[in-house]
Design a protein around this ligand. Structure first.
Ligand code: ACO
Length: 374
């Protein structure tokens, strides 16, 4: 048995995959052979999801068919609507999402119930996440109920579900780009959780339930909300240096910085920085952008750390008027494409994922009756 403990499985190659490649030293991210910068420039979320699921870019009719299919799969079963409506208004939306995905496995109508390795299940779950979020958020915000908007893209529908208005072309494109950038990232913690679940031959809904719970953590998808908390605490550009330095002196982590794989700037942060500026200019409000730039400068100077995908995304969503607790659920509404692509790949090349631990506890204790224990 090997004697080396790789805490956090750092640098451990656990499986082979054809879905996503990260070059952490060159700051490159590739989906199925295509550079993320090209996809963010030219593609859409639907096209990117097709690429992740099927391994190739779609033809025009294939893309139209997928776009139509996703839109047609948006409706929730009434029992799940009822369940979401009964959740307290102050629930964490990631808890709502996790619970609703889990419940969907039970209440899904027969014709939608996917087989254990079905691409139809991947599409159904992708289509329905914005509906779950919209159903929850609109009720708690007193907004009118959702309409399915069958001709709208995933990005446009998500924006409408969270805001009750149609986004402008620029706003919708900003969300679409964010969805493309978040759609996959190799064996990140939530995707790994999904693959571990799938590797037991459990179903897609269980795998996605595991993934949603894992994404929620502030060291993973939850960091984007924490960045906005930091900006609120800092409040003005002239306080950035003092606040950041005092946090670093107290050995606090600065959310939105650092990455297990990237040793240079995360290419998604580069693209989102530009979108944060663009949306700030369009809204005549560069407050967040200026704060973020200054935080970036100080953290890089003090710790040599670069921003990750979570650093700029929240500023874009906040300027569109989206509440902070919906930022991580937006991440989920994109990463669902990657999660499900990985689960399908896992089913195709199945090997139970079961690492081992080095035992460092006792082995020679003798049982003492409860009444005689000190
Ligand atoms: N702020 C301050 N210091 C940091 C940060 C940070 N954000 N990230 C890493 N460091 C420091 C650590 O304190 C450590 O310093 P030390 O060697 O002096 O003790 C060193 O950098 C290495 O840190 P590790 O924890 O070993 O790096 P790891 O690969 O485990 O961490 C992680 C990666 C969890 C993302 C980390 O950088 C972090 O906590 N970042 C903040 C949370 C965050 O933004 N998460 C989103 C990541 S992207 C995503 O999941 C979608």
């Amino acid at each position: 048995m090997p004697d080396v403990v790789q805490r956090g499985l750092e640098d451990v190659v656990a499986l082979e995959s054809k879905i996503c490649f990260i070059d952490g030293h060159k700051g490159r991210l590739i989906y199925r052979g295509y550079d993320i910068r090209e996809l963010a420039e030219h593609s859409t979320f639907e096209e990117t999801a097709y690429l992740l699921w099927y391994g190739r870019l779609p033809t025009g009719p294939q893309l139209a068919d997928l776009t139509h299919r996703l839109a047609a799969l948006r409706t929730l079963p009434p029992r799940v609507v009822e369940l979401v409506d009964r959740m307290p208004a102050d629930s964490n939306p990631m808890d709502v999402l996790r619970t609703a995905v889990s419940a969907l496995a039970i209440f899904e109508p027969g014709e939608l119930r996917p087989g254990p390795s079905s691409i139809g299940g991947a599409q159904r779950l992708t289509a329905v996440l914005p509906t779950i979020l919209g159903q929850f958020h609109r009720r708690r915000a007193g907004l009118p109920p959702l309409e399915p908007k069958p001709s709208w893209s995933h990005a446009a529908y998500l924006l409408y579900a969270l805001l009750d208005r149609e986004g402008s072309a620029l706003e919708t494109r900003a969300i679409d780009v964010a969805l493309i950038l978040h759609a996959d990232h190799e064996l990140n913690a939530s995707t790994f959780a999904a693959r571990v679940t799938a590797s037991t031959l459990s179903d897609l809904y269980s795998a996605v339930t595991s993934a949603v719970g894992t994404l929620k953590g502030p060291l993973h998808g939850g960091a984007n909300e924490q960045v906005m908390r930091l900006l609120a605490e800092i409040d003005s550009v002239d306080r950035v240096e003092t606040v950041i330095k005092s946090k670093l002196a107290a050995h606090e982590r600065i959310m939105g910085f650092g990455h297990r794989v990237y040793k240079v700037e995360d290419p998604r942060a580069t693209i989102l920085r530009e979108w944060s500026r663009k949306i700030g200019e369009a809204k005549h409000d560069l407050h967040y952008f200026e704060l973020l730039r200054k935080v970036e400068e100080i953290v890089h100077r003090e710790k040599g750390l670069y921003p990750n995908v979570d650093f700029y995304s929240g500023s874009i969503y906040a300027l569109l008027g989206i509440p902070h607790d919906l930022f991580t659920p937006i991440f989920a509404s994109s990463r669902i494409a990657g999660w499900t692509a990985h689960v399908l790949e896992e089913y195709d090349d199945l090997r139970l994922i079961r690492p081992t631990a080095r035992y460092v506890g006792s082995t020679d204790l003798s049982y003492v009756d409860v009444g005689r224990r000190p």
